[in-house]
Design a protein around this ligand. Structure first.
Ligand SMILES: [Zn+2]
Length: 61
């Protein structure tokens, strides 16, 4: 198994990563991803009010 961060062989204590550093990198990425939800703001709105990209780029005639 290869480390998903740097593709080096994974080491047992840190599997599936090769080192604690890579495990840390993955963890921080994961945390950032779950905190920074695209199109989200403050609150717990489940309503998805995202606008399709095509609807915005229509003024370039
Ligand atoms: Zn690694």
């Amino acid at each position: 198994m290869a480390c998903p961060i740097c593709s080096k062989p994974a080491q047992r204590p840190y599997a599936p990563f090769c080192s604690r550093r890579c495990a840390d990198v993955d963890l921080s990425r994961w945390l950032k991803g779950s905190y920074a939800i695209p199109g989200g703001g403050a609150g717990e709105d489940e309503e998805d009010s995202s606008i399709p990209p095509n609807a915005v780029e229509n003024n370039d005639f």
